[in-house]
Design a protein around this ligand. Structure first.
Ligand SMILES: Cc1cc2nc3c(=O)[nH]c(=O)nc-3n(C[C@H](O)[C@H](O)[C@H](O)COP(=O)(O)OP(=O)(O)OC[C@H]3O[C@@H](n4cnc5c(N)ncnc54)[C@H](O)[C@@H]3O)c2cc1C
Length: 473
């Protein structure tokens, strides 16, 4: 060390990627300080009683196929620090207007059997991906590099690069099977006619079969708290309630790793960054926003299709055209009258989320970035459509439009939950070709604005830390 530094590394932001970076550095024997703007750690992994006492709501993420499948998180002893995964019998339910529903079960066969004439096509698409998920995840949840499993990755890439709409129309014929895959692909927050949107559907489908889509017993905060407790056990220090306005506020260290998106990095590190790099960061494109609602309910959601009670996650959108239109409108700046709704009903499988007999419900739909449309009524109408009587169960609600999401967490720029649009030009090389490195030596980015992008997997943080460790060695 050239001069006395207080820490080997300082991390700004305690989202899953900031926590992962901090842990990877501490595991390598480095002294690490983690600064977080909010009073509690977790970023997009947090829960709180925001409606009524005793009702624990996941304010951002709630379902964790990518966390349970993350090569880094999987290697950590999180169970010893209070994390317990809960799997609903099915990963996903997708109801239709005729009171039927499809469900995605762990078994590809059982799922395919429900798809009638599309069963074979589903099996052909999903079975190889599910069987090879462990190998594939090593390459998919990583920055661009020489693949470890090139054959499997190439096979995945051929389907993944397609627009979801084209893949669905070529592979499936029934309205239900088409809607099911469209719902998976809509997690991309891209119009379904965009190239690359199929990738998200394939990854989520494969993880549903290979790993399940678990929730955390007691709420999302348990995952964040387990990561923080493990970090502390390695000697790491956490400073909550410390929003960093400029890097000058930080104690001296050999490296600084920021779990922030490009717009914030420009703000807090402008003096350290070169002008060309700042110009590139400024061109980074944010994606659609989310409009989130949490409810306290007097009873479980009265789904018309009984299958919906088997899955923590439920997708609401009756057909491929309906879901595709909803996503296209949000992308293009319009409000959808029939938004595609992603819904989670955790208390059906985790009694600790609500008082006895009562329930919590979580849902969001996609809206234009920064949108001020109030989607509460539209979202509730979609739930009521598949669960008549739902409105009568509402005891209280907490509504979070994009501006409220961004107020809670500065990384949610305009309500974008993925740290930037996953358009092809930003899918692999994000936010710039430098990936985790910046133009300032010793300053790194580790948020979901870096590869492999959005979702709770911590792999952005892990790879950023590895990059920083190379500099420190
Ligand atoms: C409504 C919603 C639903 C979602 N659902 C899911 C889901 O079910 N499953 C899933 O896998 N993913 C989901 N996601 C996405 C997931 O939460 C994110 O992709 C993930 O949290 C990104 O992690 P991150 O560490 O990059 O950033 P974040 O989790 O956003 O954390 C960034 C942290 O940095 C802090 N910070 C920012 N700026 C500063 C500063 N200047 N000084 C100090 N601290 C700062 C913030 O306060 C925050 O704690 C959802 C997100 C939202 C918002």
């Amino acid at each position: 060390m050239a001069r006395a530094e207080r820490y080997d590394a300082v991390v700004v932001g305690a989202g899953p990627n900031g926590l992962a970076a901090a842990i990877a550095l501490a595991q390598a024997g480095k002294s690490v300080a983690l600064f977080e703007a909010n009073d509690s750690v977790g970023g997009g992994v947090c829960s709180a009683e925001v409606t009524l006492p005793g009702f624990v709501h996941d304010l951002c993420s709630s379902v964790y196929p990518l966390a349970i499948g993350s090569p880094f998180f999987r290697s950590l002893p999180l169970v010893q620090y209070g994390l317990e995964w809960i799997h609903s019998p099915a990963a996903l339910a997708h109801p239709f207007d005729d009171a039927t529903a499809l469900i995605v079960e762990r078994s590809v066969e059982a799922t395919a059997a429900r798809l009638g004439k599309d069963g074979d096509a589903y099996r052909k698409l999903m079975a190889p991906l599910a069987a090879q998920w462990e190998d594939l995840s090593v390459d998919i949840l990583a920055p661009p590099r020489l693949p470890r499993h090139p054959v499997q990755l190439a096979r995945f890439g051929l389907s993944a690069i397609q627009p979801a709409q084209r893949l669905v129309e070529r592979r499936f014929t029934s309205t239900a099977a088409r809607a099911l895959f469209a719902g998976l692909a809509a997690h991309s927050m891209l119009p379904l006619e965009y190239r690359g949107s199929a990738a998200f559907g394939l990854v989520l489908g494969a993880t549903a079969h290979a790993l399940g889509w678990p929730i955390a017993r007691g709420g999302a905060q348990k995952l964040a708290d387990a990561l923080a407790a493990y970090f502390r056990s390695l000697g790491g220090e956490i400073f909550p309630g410390r929003p960093i306005e400029t890097l000058a506020e930080l104690p001296s260290s050999r490296v600084v790793i920021c779990d922030v998106t490009p717009r914030q990095l420009i703000k807090i590190a402008r003096q350290q960054l070169s002008r060309p790099y700042v110009e590139k960061l400024a061109k980074f494109r944010y994606g659609m926003g989310a409009f989130k609602v949490d409810w306290a309910l007097s009873a479980a959601v009265p789904w018309r299709a009984a299958e919906c009670r088997q899955a923590a996650t439920v997708h609401l959108g009756a057909s491929l055209p309906e879901i595709a239109l909803s996503e296209r409108m949000a992308w293009s700046g319009f409000r959808s009258n029939s938004p595609f709704v992603l819904l989670v009903q955790p208390s059906l499988f985790d009694a600790s989320r609500a008082p006895p007999g009562k329930h919590t419900l979580w849902a969001y739909c996609h809206v234009p970035n920064g949108s001020t449309f109030d989607m509460t009524e539209k979202i509730e109408a979609q739930i009521e459509r598949f669960a008549p009587g739902f409105r009568d169960t509402i005891l209280a609600r907490c509504v979070a439009p994009p501006a409220e999401l961004a107020r809670r967490n500065a990384n949610l720029v305009g309500g974008d939950i993925n740290g930037g649009a996953p358009i092809l030009s930003q899918l692999f090389l994000r936010p710039t070709r430098r990936l985790y490195a910046t133009s300032a030596p010793g300053l790194y980015l580790c948020s979901s604005s870096t590869p492999p992008g959005g979702g709770v997997h911590g792999m952005c943080g892990y790879f950023a830390a590895r990059r920083a460790l190379r500099r420190m060695s």
